[in-house]
Design a protein around this ligand. Structure first.
Ligand SMILES: [Zn+2]
Length: 460
């Protein structure tokens, strides 16, 4: 009996090794194809240089939609289509201006996404500076008629820049409402930048609520925030002048772009992969999120060029408006739910196109352990990709995933150190992306997609 078991175990062991060897060889082919013949970088060049930034609802965003659709139609997908998305359109209008009234010293500011305009000609007021919104209440009546200035420096100690960002991003979204409740006339927010010497303001979404006045809300560069804080130390009655023209422009119809590569064994089981196609309306939306869209598309193209045939249906989704309301992901989720689709896995890329480090996984600890045992070694030794940890999905997957709580979700994690230097700024341009790093990420994503498609049924 014992001897039979040993033989059986040996068989399982040898079989396991053979499978791992096949996977390893496939991944080598994927990496070689991506480095030698990858198209993500050149597609990104077109998207950023010929189309440019593309805030959801704009003509450029629609141009990006149609161009992406044509790109997908040029590949071996079985079906390519647009999914309508209704959303309100927010437009920045003419460039913002700000200066310290006494010295005329200019300050670099950017309207936060969703902000209302200042009155015509701008507004001028004294400042009330705090690090945290929670300090505002104690100021009571002193806030009335002033500009609330939240000046919390970036936490330099964090290796995980995404966590440093997350620590403070709620002050960006909740700030205008909290300030307006106490009678403030505008909201000025120190940019979420990991670079302390940065004179670029970083935009990002904010929001209002019914029954509380909507006040103009703007981001100020770290250098500008330091200047203003110094001026306030010398003279607490320092006034600034700000002009902002942004406004909501009513509803528009825009689109998610979707392509499907039909599975051979289980075509009704879907693996969703993609990222958001919109960007903020400064820079070129290169790392956020040209690399995510062009990268996931190229991961699939690479598998196609290697004559791979997927077992499950692979569905590529370019979501619209992750940045200013996640309307595309909401629509995707509602449609998939209404159609009672079986989405068994999701992969999202929306953290930049720097050198790949791994994937965060939204699933049970048991499944993450299994992946660490079986897939991580394939990535780690040859390809320098080693992070496979339980974590959050990407923003878009997280939104539609509320309808699909059991779907395993992978969130692509490239190196995090430089992302928040350029995130949501004029610096997020094609030149900030390295071809080799990008194609290495494409290969990591294609490898994961291959492993998910081949082995998802073996997960515990
Ligand atoms: Zn993004």
């Amino acid at each position: 009996m014992k001897a039979i078991c040993r033989v059986l175990l040996l068989g399982v062991c040898i079989l396991g090794k053979v499978v791992a060897q096949q996977d390893s060889l496939m991944m080598e082919r994927i990496y070689t194809a991506s480095f030698e013949n990858g198209k993500a970088y050149e597609n990104l060049r077109y998207l950023t240089k010929n189309i440019g930034h593309r805030i959801a609802g704009s003509a450029k965003a629609e141009k990006a939609v149609l161009w992406s659709k044509a790109l997908m139609e040029g590949l071996a997908f079985d079906r390519v289509y647009l999914q309508e998305v209704e959303m309100p359109f927010w437009d920045r209008g003419e460039k913002e201006e700000a200066y310290i009234v006494s010295t005329k010293e200019p300050l670099n500011i950017l309207s936060l996404g969703g902000s209302v305009a200042t009155p015509p000609g701008g507004l001028e007021a004294e400042i009330i500076e705090v690090e945290l919104l929670s300090e505002l209440r104690a100021q009571g009546n002193k806030v009335r008629g002033k500009i609330v200035f939240v000046n919390k420096p970036w936490d330099e100690s964090m290796v995980e820049t995404g966590i440093a960002y997350g620590l403070n991003s709620s002050q960006r979204s909740r700030g205008p409402v909290e300030a307006a409740k106490l009678g403030a006339v505008a909201y000025l927010f120190r940019s979420l930048s990991s670079s302390p010497d940065d004179d670029y303001p970083h935009t990002g979404g904010t929001r209002y609520v019914n029954d509380i006045d909507s006040i103009p809300a703007l981001a100020i560069s770290p250098v500008g925030a330091n200047k203003l804080s110094e001026a306030l130390k010398k003279d607490s009655a320092t006034r600034i002048h700000i002009v902002n023209h942004s406004a909501w422009k009513g509803n528009v119809t825009t689109h998610n772009v979707i392509a499907e590569w039909r599975g051979t064994d289980k075509p009704d089981e879907i693996i969703t992969i993609g990222g958001h196609i919109d960007s903020w309306d400064v820079g070129e939306g290169a790392h956020d999120n040209g690399t995510g869209t062009m990268g996931t598309l190229d991961a699939i193209r690479t598998l196609m060029k290697l004559d791979y045939r997927p077992r499950h249906t692979i569905r590529l989704v370019f979501y619209m408006n992750e940045e200013n309301g996640v309307h595309g992901a909401l629509q995707y989720g509602e449609t998939a739910k209404a159609n009672a689709e079986r989405i068994i896995a999701a992969i999202e890329s929306d953290a930049g196109g720097f050198a790949p480090r791994g994937f965060d996984i939204k699933s049970s600890a048991e499944r993450v352990n299994w992946i660490q045992q079986h897939w991580k070694p394939l990535f780690e030794q040859k390809f320098w990709v080693s992070r496979f940890l339980q974590g959050s999905p990407g923003v878009d997957s997280g939104v539609w995933g509320r309808h699909f709580p059991n779907t395993i979700m992978f969130n692509f994690r490239p190196d995090p150190h430089r992302y928040f230097d350029i995130h949501h700024t004029a610096k997020d341009v094609f030149e900030a992306v390295d071809r080799r790093e990008l194609q290495s990420g494409v290969a990591a994503i294609a490898s994961l997609l291959y492993l998910v498609d081949q082995q998802i049924d073996q997960l515990p």
